[in-house]
Write a protein that binds this ligand. Structure first.
Ligand code: WT7
Length: 630
């Protein structure tokens, strides 16, 4: 089902809309199933209830591993590039990966892990992370990867939401110049995690850590005790494959659930077609496996396609701002996938970091996570792509499982800052506030999807009603993305950003309510309001307005304390970039905070604050303006 020309694309697109079941049925034939499905699709968006490849049986690891062990055993599956530039990279062939995954799957089994048990994985970007993920999938355990930058409390919340039975972690992590504790953070989390019976610890930094008898086990010792042969558990198409938590506009993060069959088909189909992957290509996605991009486009999609996927442990600026380009040069990377925030941060460094690196292997440059601004798009295109690579600005979400709107490399004519056109199977629509569909081109609205695709979110773990409320209730019978969007005269889509109370910081979703909860738990804080504002590198920064019980004397010290509390509760990624102490917040008579006004002030634009007469106390706006120096 590989698309080769723009005509192919148009044809496949049309077929996918006219006959979705015929279309996806054909795509799914390209995978190995233990038992075929009886019906391609069963769905309604009311409950919602979406089932793909109904009755089909499979194991995703037979598609990512066993198949390739037969066809290309000695091809590198994962090439691991360690934090230190001087250290040798590690190549793991399909054969070896299969062996290591099987072995670790047997370790899990030996520790009592069974099909549908939930396993939390909290690890840095080392091969064992990918192995742990695949080992869970091998035996039908549901993995819940928690990004290594999250706090102990965030781990505990996620572990408890899913009643995880085990945590897989490492002693520590290397990130640039930093050495970060992992097991210690897990230990803190474990104080409040009654369901966790076992912890498996892989060695990375060999930091001294506590190891409790009967609970904590070393990875390296456990894998020696078991066989390297582990048959893949038969899974139903609709059995959950994993849970991944993501922030929304209200309350705690939601556990987005993806299932085996549809997710496999769509992550692979989209990988092959967006990036136009050809056998032998070397592919490098810079995301962390703690986010959906790493799940779909470091592990599952590329490996199911039989690709060579590079996994990088470090950060883009260590030992210097040329690190990505060194990796491209060293491994002759053909397809490179990163986030606008990384591009913007590297743009600021001198030419010497990219100019004399050999980047001639590159064919495709992807971008994901947030809108890519014009300047970053051109810099990426000119300096890295040398004008010869398609910039694939790919729009999608944790909930969509795979890329939804994107150019297909070398096929779709691109336009700076536009994600361009939907993939086959994706039926976007723009709607207005009232939910009326906005037809035609040259229009703006909220982005919804009106028909299911195979890797659509199935539920939010433990709370199906929340899934319904958040995604399927705002607009009847449609999946609501939470994004604003324009469709230009050519029918091209450009995603303009979130229209809900979610802030996109460096391509990571942070819910304002979560940050406010963390702020409000700081001693002396009476109330807070958090908004996003334009940030040169991060895309959006976090701006916090805080009311304190009593006057703050040492503002700087107080701010640092508050940041420490946010780091403790959520993690460093949620730390506000700016804090402004105020004595009141602009509220309507019904007590609702008018964030619109706070956003404007955070942007430094007070020329168009709009109507403030409906405020309970319009004078607070004057005070805030003054405090902000505007
Ligand atoms: C939100 C999803 C899925 C990959 C990583 C983020 C924003 C994502 C783009 C893009 C403009 C984008 C949206 C979306 N977003 N890609 N190409 N252009 N905005 O996953 O954490 O689930 O966040 O990221 O606002 O809703 P996520």
């Amino acid at each position: 089902m590989r698309i080769r020309t723009f005509e192919d694309y148009q044809e496949q697109y049309k077929k996918s809309v006219d006959d979705p079941e015929g279309f996806w049925g054909e795509v799914a034939q390209e995978f190995e199933w233990k038992k075929p499905w009886t019906k391609v699709l069963d769905w309604n968006f009311e409950e919602p209830n979406v089932k793909w490849f109904v009755g089909g049986k499979l194991n995703i690891t037979e598609n990512t591993l066993d198949r390739h062990v037969r066809e290309r055993p000695n091809q590198p599956a994962i090439v691991w590039e360690p934090n230190e530039k001087e250290d040798e990279s590690v190549t793991i062939t399909y054969k070896v990966l299969h062996e290591r995954v099987s072995r670790f799957a047997n370790v899990l089994k030996g520790h009592g892990v069974e099909k549908s048990d939930r396993i939390c994985i909290y690890m840095p970007m080392i091969p064992e992370l990918a192995i742990a993920v695949l080992a869970c999938a091998r035996i039908g355990a549901i993995h819940s990867v928690v990004f290594g930058g999250f706090s102990a409390k965030s781990i505990a919340d996620r572990v408890n939401d899913a009643n995880c039975k085990m945590i897989i972690t490492t002693d520590g992590a290397f990130r640039g110049q930093k050495k970060i504790p992992m097991k210690e953070t897990v230990d803190d989390a474990l104080i409040g995690c009654p369901t966790v019976e076992k912890v498996i610890v892989a060695t990375r930094t060999r930091t001294p850590i506590s190891m409790i008898k009967g609970r904590d086990y070393w990875w390296e010792e456990e894998v020696k005790k078991v066989s390297a042969d582990c048959p893949a558990t038969e899974m139903d198409s609709e059995d959950p494959l994993f849970i991944l938590y993501t922030s929304g506009s209200t309350g705690k993060p939601k556990g987005v659930v993806h299932t085996c069959g549809g997710y496999m088909v769509y992550s692979t189909y989209s990988f092959q077609n967006v990036f136009q992957y050809d056998p032998g290509d070397v592919y490098f996605c810079t995301a962390d496996i703690g986010w959906i991009t790493g799940h779909s486009y470091i592990i599952y999609g590329p490996l199911a396609a039989g690709a060579t996927s590079i996994m990088f442990e470090g950060v883009p600026t260590y030992p210097d701002a040329g690190r990505f380009w060194d990796i491209v040069e060293r491994h002759k990377v053909n397809i490179f996938y990163t986030a606008p925030t990384a591009i913007r941060s590297l743009m600021g460094f001198g030419k010497e970091f990219w100019e004399n690196k050999d980047l001639s292997s590159l064919k495709v440059l992807g971008s994901v996570g947030e809108p890519i601004n014009e300047e970053a798009w051109h810099w990426y295109n000119d300096n890295i792509g040398k004008g010869n690579c398609t910039i694939c600005d790919s729009w999608w979400q944790t909930e969509t499982g795979g890329i939804m709107i994107s150019p297909l490399a070398n096929i779709t004519p691109t336009k700076p800052t536009f994600a361009t056109l939907p993939l086959p199977g994706v039926q976007p629509e723009l709607v207005d506030e009232k939910g009326e569909v906005i037809e035609g081109n040259g229009v703006n609205g909220n982005l919804v999807i009106k028909f299911p695709w195979p890797s659509i979110i199935r539920t939010t773990w433990g709370d199906h009603d929340r899934c319904k409320q958040v995604y399927f209730s705002t607009y009847k019978h449609k999946y609501f993305t939470g994004d604003g969007c324009m469709r230009d005269e050519d029918g091209y889509y450009r995603i303009t950003g979130r229209v809900d109370d979610v802030i996109n910081v460096s391509g990571h979703r942070i819910g304002t309510a979560e940050v406010e909860d963390a702020l409000n738990s700081h001693t002396g804080v009476v109330e807070s309001a958090v908004v996003g504002y334009p940030h040169d590198i991060k895309g959006q920064g976090i701006f916090a307005y805080i009311i304190m019980e009593s006057q703050v004397h040492e503002e700087d010290l107080m701010k640092r304390d508050i940041l420490a509390t946010v780091t403790r509760i959520i993690g460093p990624i949620a730390k506000p970039d700016q804090i402004l102490f105020v004595s009141g917040l602009p509220k309507t008579r019904s007590g609702k905070i008018m964030r619109r006004i706070l956003r404007k002030i955070a942007e430094g634009d007070v020329s168009s604050l709009g109507d403030t007469s409906t405020l309970l106390d319009p004078s607070v706006v004057e005070e805030i303006k003054e405090k902000a120096g505007l």
